[in-house]
Write a protein that binds this ligand. Structure first.
Ligand code: ADP
Ligand code: 5GP
Length: 220
């Protein structure tokens, strides 16, 4: 699967991977996910989840989520059309399987904004082709401010999300990388650094052996 090549006679490529971002609600994973997926220089496909949650005023069906009812969700699940799924804050969420297979099959990378339960399922299925990042808020007080400033959820929903935050934060140690999202630009640069490093990982790359053999066969 070819992702990139050099100008030399031997092409260097690599397998695509899934970059997962998780965090307690309000820590900024959607902002970071959308920023990196929206920058064409990274060539990342964004996974659009299905959810039974109510659409927020700013959200567009098919862009932020596919909003479906419980019956449609159960049908997708029964037909094994979801790579993973979970109940989060009383709603159901899942990752459609087919787009993931298409993107990875083409050797490209995909970014997921999913919770720790889904992360466990994806890791169990795709092991080495999964990179996980946990986003922490600088403080719980700031987490509350962000949820309130976002002003897209009812006060009840915000309280439910804050009540779940302590439990979700405790999952941080299951992740490969941890970013404290204090300054957004710094957090974004950290995420870019992870992408750059993971794309250079030797184990995921193809064509390195013949490339090096070619180098060594060159005359002095
Ligand atoms: P999540 O997807 O984790 O629930 P969002 O990405 O929706 O969180 O961010 C929650 C709110 O906080 C949004 O209004 C977003 O603009 C804001 N936000 C995200 N990162 C920062 C940051 N570093 N500093 C201040 N506000 C932020
Ligand atoms: P929100 O309702 O704020 O968009 O998302 C709530 C939580 O559900 C977040 O932790 C988010 O990462 C998670 N989530 C969103 N989509 C999926 C998904 O497809 N699968 C799983 N497991 N979690 C998801």
């Amino acid at each position: 699967m070819q992702v990139s090549s050099t100008g030399s006679a031997t092409a260097i490529g690599r397998r695509g991977f899934i970059l997962i971002l998780s965090s307690p609600s309000g820590a900024g994973k959607t902002t970071l996910t959308r920023a990196v997926a929206g920058d064409p220089k990274w060539g990342l496909d964004l996974s659009i989840s299905v959810t039974t949650r109510q659409r927020r005023p700013s959200e567009i069906d098919g862009k932020h989520y596919q909003f479906i009812d419980r019956e449609a969700f159960d049908a997708l699940r029964s037909a094994d059309n979801l790579l993973e799924w979970a109940e989060v804050h009383g709603n159901f969420y899942g990752t459609p399987r087919k787009p993931v297979e298409r993107v990875l099959g083409a050797g490209r990378d995909m970014i997921f904004d999913i919770d720790y339960q889904g992360t466990r399922q994806v890791r169990a299925k795709l092991a080495d082709d999964v990179v996980t990042v946990f986003i922490l808020p600088p403080s719980l007080a700031e987490l509350r401010h962000r949820l309130e400033r976002r002003a897209e959820d009812s006060p009840d929903t915000i309280e439910k999300r804050l009540a779940n935050a302590r439990m979700e934060i405790q999952r941080w140690s299951e992740y490969d990388y941890v970013i404290v999202n204090d300054d957004l630009d710094d957090a974004f640069r950290s995420l870019e650094g992870i992408l750059i490093a993971e794309r250079l990982k030797r184990d995921r790359r193809t064509g390195l052996t013949p490339f090096v053999e070619g180098l060594l066969a060159e005359p002095d």
